[in-house]
Ligand binder design. Sequence first.
Ligand code: GLC
Ligand code: CA
Length: 506
Amino acid sequence: MTQEWWKNAVIYQIYPKSFLDTNGDGVGDLNGIDRKLDYLKKLGIDALWISPVYLSPQIDNGYDIADYRKIDPMFGSNTDMKKLISDAHNHGIKVIMDLVANHTSDQSLWFKESQKSRDNYFSDFYIWKDPQKDGSEPNNWGSNFGGSAWTYCEERQQYYLHYYGKQQPDLNWENPKVRQAIYDVMRYWKAHGVDGWRMDVITSISKNQDFPNNDNPHGLKYVVGNQNNGPRMHEFIHEMNQEVLEPFHMMSVGEAPDSKSKDTRSLVDPTRKELNMVFTFEHMHVDRKPGSVNGRWAIQPANIVELKRILFDWQKNLEGHGWNALYFENHDRARTPSRWGNDKEYRYESATAFATVLHGLKGTPFVYQGEEIGMTNPEFNLDDYEDIELTTNYKKLVENEKTISSKDFLKAARKISRDNARTPMQWNDKLNAGFTSGKPWFKLNPNYPSVNVDKDLSSSKSVFKYYQKLIRLRHTNDILEFGDAKLLMPDDKDIFAYTRQYKNQK
Ligand code: GLC
Ligand code: CA
């Protein structure tokens, strides 16, 4: 078997909380994933990426880890994880775990110790800075979840840095002990059989040690920016590659929010030994108004010409230099038919058209749970949403800064908020869509009686069967794996057309 198995593979992402609950507590679990391996095999996918299942207070649904070595009891046990990996392997399915190494939970032992004093083993595991003379934050950096990126700790009389929630302190990668601790975690799960890693905001791990203020064009108190591609990023990632990824043949796909195609060559060029692939954000911003103070909550109709340009810019610039990760949906993105298509009259057509565009490109396609049956955004009201990113930004933009009305914020939330993809998986038209016999942790999309796996499989317009075909093609067709991609009609607003060519086949 080639070590580059991921080059003709399709990878399926599971958001475990919302996949399948087997013990009636309303939360999906590892046994639920295990129970659906036959279903996944039938779809044809090669590997699973499982969003975080480690011990966590769940303020950011597991992207706040309290213990990297322990499965949260809510999902099962370490033994269940080992069993899931081995059952998946018996199905010919590989398992990729989520490595959240830019930050931990504030409930992790590392942080609890770090908070205590300036001179213990864990003191420098996080990024601590003295207040400015007037007691204010060390600089104007803003958190992605609203407010300052610094929170004051009485015990140490210092601020700690957090790019996300204040319950998610950033690790100090300058400290070699931190790096070794993370590599150890990776080895630990390797021993459980894991085949690779999706790396959460991995391009944020290196911080500019001058901690300069961000530019502040809108005159805000705190400014979000410059969180990625810091001075030692390549060095750290290369070290991780050499310490763990290469020796254990583990596959890697890094989340890279600010990466542009040309610069990304240096992250994914195989000769540099860093990452196999990255998830870019660039193509996902085609429905965002540029330069707005409201950031991603300032939406506009998707610019399809721009989408084509960006996707093909990546195809072209990585050709011969690295490998693309292809996606439209994940746990941070909305459902494509609702976001860029028409989820009412043309749900099937929207789902399959975008699937064709994506799965025809060169790279490794990722399918997010429910995408394979054309699940859509639920049209929730503000009270129904759970996501910390949404609630904190509502407070910041609507209530404090008043730069967007509540009505427009809701409109944006229904289009692009992360919760759109986090509603429970719709298996059938029975109680709670077959997701749980208990009270679901998160509201279901009310359309589950008509959009669900059972119904889709028996329909003459089955999105699932369409995905099955695309995945089969990926496995059997050399052009899809190796062929060059060329965009046709770049300026056409309605038609997305391109060719793939390999040797003399087109
Ligand atoms: C990544 C995750 C997202 C999370 C954030 C902080 O973007 O995909 O869900 O909130 O990092 O960990
Ligand atoms: Ca459960």
